[in-house]
Design a protein around this ligand. Sequence first.
Ligand SMILES: C[S@@+](CC[C@H](N)C(=O)[O-])C[C@H]1O[C@@H](n2cnc3c(N)ncnc32)[C@H](O)[C@@H]1O
Length: 245
Amino acid sequence: MAATGTNPPGAGDERQAARWVQRMFEDVAPSYDFLNHLLSFNIDRSWRKRLLKRVAPILERPGAKVLDLCCGTGDVLLELQAASRNTVLGGDFCHPMLVTAQRKIAGRRLASAVFEGDALMLPLRDHSLDLIAIAFGFRNLTNYRTGLAELHRVLRPGGMIAILEFSHPRGWLMKAAYGSYSKFFLPLIGGLFSGSRAAYEYLPESIARFPQAEALEEMIAQAGFRETRFELLSEGIAALHIGRT
Ligand SMILES: C[S@@+](CC[C@H](N)C(=O)[O-])C[C@H]1O[C@@H](n2cnc3c(N)ncnc32)[C@H](O)[C@@H]1O
């Protein structure tokens, strides 16, 4: 059975689960960027680049309205903005992550604007966007179907979603290597530098419970997206999902 949404330890319902996720990102916000690149050996940069490449045709549309959802500290947002002539929006429900994103935007004098909001209840009008990119945020939603319905609601006909998320390694060697990495190394190093071992135990657990790429693609199609497809990155450690409205 595919997971309905993330389910952190001790959360009795979706509201509690969302609050747990929000608090966890509040705790790790100060060390997020450093640990992100350290723990992924910088491979995450190439995954984000792939996302940028796939969404480029939409970014080039005159007047395209673009949202980086679950933007966190804004790494994808900055790259989307660099490739766009219009203001790119960033949305997230974790205030300290947005403060870092805002600092980067101001430091680079970019046109981007960020807002605080829940991905499951976006403060945006129906059919108002051309592109929504989500990097490593979707897995943390407490209800994947509600999240997809919300994305579909705010996209215009002809719009696109690009969901970059951890997935499940395919080959036995990668499976074994990744298994021990995420079980031992991740919580140890992540816990040490962030001061929140729980956050870096939640990370591999949430990935393990996350649907396989095929199941997620089916969910995306069931939410009404067309031309759905995915590509596996780094032998399935991550997957990039595309869908159109
Ligand atoms: C792993 S971080 C990814 C940040 C950034 N996209 C990146 O690639 O580095 C996940 C982000 O999703 C945000 N998030 C999780 N659930 C959310 C929700 N329901 N609504 C808005 N943001 C959410 C968290 O606050 C966090 O900043």
